[in-house]
Design a protein. Sequence first.
Length: 511
Amino acid sequence: MTVAADSATGAASLVQSVDWLAIAPPVIAASVALLVLVADLFVEERRKPLLGYGAVAGLVAALAMLVPLRAGDRSTFCLTGTAQACSYTADHFALVIQALVLGGALLTALLSIGDTRKLPAGEFWFLLLSSAAGAALLPASRDLATLVVALEVASLPAFALVGIKRGDRRSSEAALKFFLSSVVATAVMLLGVSFVYAATGTMHLTEIAARLDDVPGQLSILAEAGVVLTLVGFAFKTAAAPFHFWVPDTYVGAPLPIAAYLSVVGKAVGFSGIVLVTVIAFPSYADVWGPALAVLAALTMTVGNLAALRQSATRARSAVRLLAWSSVAQAGYLLVPIAAAAYSSDAQIGSTVAYALMYAVVNLGAFAVAALVARTHPGNRLGDYRGLYATRPLAALAMGFFLLCLAGLPPGIIGLFAKVTVFSSAVDAGLGWLAVVMAVNVVIALYYYLQWTAALFRTPEPSPASDEAPAAPVHRVPAPVTLAIALTAVAGITLSGAPQLILRFATLSLF
């Protein structure tokens, strides 16, 4: 009887308990995705917009479930008998990134309502919510297997979203480039993950960190190769140079709301992965990934800004191309505090998160105004924004504010403080050369941001014959698009009025 009881106790100890509240945000997004896909079979064509509002409601519900998790002290799917090794942890880092990606998906959904008339509505909303679920899962992942699965759940639907415009050659080409580059990145990353597993014998990030210190000599080269290849895979995902080549064509070919989604949520996913593997799993190899990320940061911001300078005001879709190259440059700034963490402490990660929050708000706002302008100027040239204040004064003021935030100039105080925190992280870590490179790039970026801002308030001039459709009345702009612009503008103005929030974030311990 005693043996049987001990066996029952041992069997019971192998059963993992699931904290359903901790995993609620990604689960809700995934569940609503399935509901929308099934509902699409029964909803009449004229009622298809209701699917979009259902997706918005699902994302709002997922965001609301972050509130009871705000303590950041929940973990689940843990190894039995080892409380420190869990596959899912809802700490402060995970919660902040989940708020960012779900909020970004929500604004993308608002921009997409009314733009899905020529798209398969059920598939569109299913893919968007599925990608958002994967993006929400990734920052809470604490083992390499879950990390890779979450990354692919976030990425695979994005391929289809980029190429969802049927019969559009540009959209198909963009999806193919995005798919091929991402497949290469995944293959490289999986090879790196397999090397790390072979060297350590575990998938959990905290366990990897402990065992990398005691890797046998004959496996040390294998472990180093695994660290490097894993980082290269994530560098593709974040569009860090020289792995950025897919960005401009993908953004131009994708529906504009999806380009906005990729510029914010896609980057948040990639940077979350880099932070988790470097700071939690590979701290003992800081001498390997620290210099590598510093060089990538300098190269990425320089390539992005120089390419943005070359955009012509008369070239078709030059506005989206400029935002695409700007996002590459911003990726370089986001890499700076992660590189600095290798030389100082994990507290530097707070600067990356603070900058990511600022960038997400104002970049989504810029894309929202671009989506508004694209309704009357399908060519979406930079020249189409000249004199926008004369026809849409509020949109022009909002766009000017967003561009000044990205440039780091008043009244965009939030952008200024975010750049200062990133700059300070480099200086505090002793990376003076990287701080100088960043300062030079900030000055370069001022030129094209200010040039675009000035164009908004110039006297409009007649445009030559082009592929643009006749101007549509202002009142025909869907309310969700106006709401998206208003939400981002209010958030940006609020943060600019309380810049100490950015400074507080930059010193906050997120793990």
